[in-house]
Design a protein. Structure first.
Length: 312
């Protein structure tokens, strides 16, 4: 069957096998004009022209669930920004009735998160992924190129308010661009704000698809250096190549590292030497470390992280 609003399934590195729903199938509809966007350049807008009917989307998803029974997530996205879809609340309710054991996921630029109505709608979604590339206004305007009325301080306040009412998995994505938001100072500001928001997971990477504008990715070494700034947050680095040198961590070093920042399974497989991985497995067997799954990504963490997450 040929679908108008669906694409995939595709294997997502971060969320599993995903069936995508494009809520703006006819043309790009976004209130950001991000430097790194993989879509063609288009005028910013806060509306979706000719949005597909809820009934059409639901009928297509019902059919696709029969065709692809093994998917992990149903992903609300768009040829632009999905929260601009005018019938989003109605659609979320309808999808929750038919998704069965699948998770409902939305990929948003967070531009509308300060609206109470959007917070209420997103609170009914299993996994909410919001972008936050900068927390300083100058950097935000440079990298995300939002419509004039959108301010980063409103987005941050909206994220904090949303976190207080949301009981699903909140994932924050940071995309780093060379010469724009790749400074330790900018990451330190992000670290402070993210510790106040308390997301369940942070995904951090750089450009891996041809961008709309002539901007460059940062190296893996720079990403790792920037990631070292973040404390008390489960941060998942998106890797593109194998490292030249793997790290030999003792048991004590692993414990201290994980206390400071939980390590994703990908981090361990990518960076830890075989002896360090053996030490980690010993710590797991001794129950000095635990494994937790956050929206489809496995982390190694200190046992007391469960108490911290309950309090938050």
């Amino acid at each position: 069957m040929k679908y108008k609003t669906l694409f995939g399934p595709i294997q997502s590195r971060r969320f599993g096998l995903s069936l995508g729903i494009d809520l703006s199938p006819d043309e790009k509809s976004c209130n950001f004009d991000c430097l790194y966007c993989e879509l063609a350049v288009a005028k910013v807008t806060d509306t979706i022209k000719n949005p597909p009917a809820v009934s059409l989307v639901v009928d297509e998803v019902k059919h696709a669930l029969k065709e692809f029974p093994d998917i992990d997530v149903i992903t609300l996205t768009a040829n632009g920004e999905p929260t601009l879809y005018p019938y989003l609340d109605e659609l979320v309710d309808a999808l929750n009735l038919i998704k069965k054991d699948k998770k409902l996921l939305i990929l948003s630029n967070a531009s509308t998160i300060y609206h109470d109505s959007i917070q209420q709608t997103l609170s009914k979604i299993d996994i909410v992924k919001l972008s936050l590339d900068c927390v300083s206004e100058a950097c935000f305007k440079k990298i995300d190129r939002a419509m004039d009325a959108i301010m980063i301080e409103d987005i941050i306040a909206g994220m904090k308010a949303f976190r207080r009412i949301y009981h699903g998995a909140l994932v924050i994505e940071i995309l780093v661009i060379k010469g724009v938001n790749d400074t330790l100072e900018e990451m330190q500001k992000l670290n402070r704000v993210l510790n106040e928001i308390e997301p369940d997971r942070i995904d951090m990477g750089s450009i891996d698809r041809p961008p709309a504008y002539a901007v460059q990715p940062v190296s893996q070494d720079v990403l790792k250096e920037l990631a070292s700034v973040f404390e008390n947050l489960p941060l998942h680095l998106i890797y593109k190549k194998e490292p030249e040198v793997r790290l030999n961590f003792s048991k004590d070093e692993i414990i201290e590292t994980v206390k400071r920042r939980p390590q994703s399974k990908a981090d361990v497989e990518h960076l830890f030497s075989k002896s360090a991985q053996k030490n980690l497995n010993t710590l797991l067997s001794e129950k000095k470390l635990i494994m937790i799954d956050i929206a489809g990504v496995v982390f190694y963490a200190s046992p007391d992280i469960k108490q911290k997450r309950k309090k938050s």
